[in-house]
Design a protein around this ligand. Structure first.
Ligand code: HXC
Length: 261
C-alpha cells in the first residue's frame, strides 16, 4: 500500500487533539495527521509514551504538543483541552482513542473490572467530547470515536469492552444529531483485528493468528495504516457530508462472526 494516497496538505491548518495518541492505532492516526499538515496535541496517562511520540513527530517535521491526562478524570481532560487551545489557539479534530482492554470471562470479571473499561472507553469518550464542545463549535470541527466490532454479535471474554464500545457508538450517533446543528460532525471507526498493536498482543495469542487470518474475507489482518487512511478520509473535506457513521474497517471479518476466533 502506498503512503501517498492523500494530498500532503489535506489537514493543513487544522489542530487535532488525540487521546491515546502516544501508541497503537491512535498513535498511528496522530502521526498520519501530522504528515498531512495538522498540528497535533496528544494525551495519554503515560508520560513516557507522549514524549517518544512528540519527539518522533517533531523529528519528522510535524508539530506536536503533549499533555498527560486520564480520560476518566473530567477536570484533567478539561485542563488538557484548555492547554491545547492556549497552545494552538483552536481545536478542529478530536480523536477518542484511549481504551482499556483485557480478556476475562463474565463470571470471573469483578464489578470494578467491568466499570474500569466502561469508564475509560465510554465515559472517557464523553468527557473529551464534552470538554471540547466549545472549541469545536467555534471551529465547526469534528469528532472521531474509535470503536470496535466486538458488540455487533457477541464476543466471549469481552463483555466489558463490548458494552463500553456499544456506548461509544451511541455517543457517536447522539452527538452527530445534537451537535450537527452546530456544524460539528461526529463519526467513528470500528477496526477489526489490527496487527502490531498492544490490543492484539493482549487479546490474541500469536498461535491463533494464522487460523483467524483464514477466516478474514480479505485474507489478512488489518494494519495501523488501514485505520490511518480511514481517519484521514473521515477527517478531511472529502467527508464533509458524512455525520453519525461508524465506519467498519475490518476486511469484512465481523460478517463471518469470527471476532476473536
Ligand atoms: C481481570 C482485570 C484485569 C485482567 C485489570 N482487571 N486487568 N480483571 N483480568 N486482566 C481489573 C482489576 O482487577 C480491577 O478490579 C480493575 O480491573 C481495575 O484494574 P486497575 O489495574 O486498578 O485499573 P487501571 O490501572 O486503571 O487500568 C487497567 C486496564 C488498563 C484497564 C487493564 O491498564 C488497560 O486496559 N490497559 C491496556 C491498554 C490497551 O491495550 N489499550 C488498547 C485496547 S485495544 P478489582 O475488582 O480487582 O479492583 C481495544 C481494541 C478492541 O480496545 C478490539 C479488538 C478486536
Amino acid at each position: 500500500m502506498t503512503d501517498k494516497i492523500f494530498a500532503d496538505d489535506i489537514l493543513q491548518g487544522k489542530v487535532a487533539f488525540v487521546t491515546g495518541g502516544g501508541t497503537g492505532i491512535t498513535g498511528g492516526v496522530a502521526r498520519a495527521f501530522a504528515r498531512h499538515g495538522a498540528k497535533i496535541a496528544i494525551t495519554s496517562r503515560k508520560e513516557e509514551n507522549l514524549i517518544a511520540q512528540q519527539q518522533y513527530i517533531e523529528e519528522n517535521g510535524g508539530k506536536c504538543f503533549s499533555v498527560a491526562a486520564d480520560v476518566r478524570d473530567f477536570d484533567a481532560v478539561q485542563n488538557a483541552i484548555a492547554k491545547t487551545v492556549e497552545h494552538y489557539g483552536r481545536i478542529d479534530i478530536v480523536v477518542n482513542g484511549a481504551a482499556g482492554n483485557f480478556l476475562c470471562a463474565a463470571d470471573q470479571l469483578s464489578a470494578n473490572g467491568f466499570g474500569t473499561v466502561v469508564d475509560i472507553d465510554t465515559k472517557g469518550t464523553f468527557n473529551v467530547c464534552r470538554a471540547s464542545f466549545e472549541a469545536l463549535k467555534e471551529s465547526k470541527g469534528q469528532i472521531l470515536n474509535i470503536s470496535a466490532t466486538l458488540h455487533y454479535l457477541a464476543t466471549p471474554l469481552q463483555i466489558h469492552v463490548s458494552a463500553a464500545k456499544a456506548g461509544v457508538d451511541a455517543i457517536t450517533r447522539n452527538l452527530s444529531v445534537e451537535w450537527g446543528r452546530h456544524g460539528i460532525r461526529v463519526n467513528g471507526i470500528a477496526p477489526g483485528p489490527i496487527e502490531d498493536t498492544e490490543g492484539m498482543k493482549r487479546l490474541l495469542p500469536e498461535a491463533l493468528k494464522e487460523k483467524i487470518t483464514k477466516k478474514i474475507p480479505l485474507g489478512r489482518f488489518g494494519r495501523i495504516a488501514d485505520i490511518e487512511n480511514a481517519a484521514l478520509f473521515l477527517s478531511s473535506d472529502a467527508a464533509s457530508y458524512i455525520n453519525g457513521v461508524t465506519l467498519v474497517v475490518d476486511g469484512g471479518q465481523w460478517l463471518l462472526g469470527t471476532s476473536l476466533g
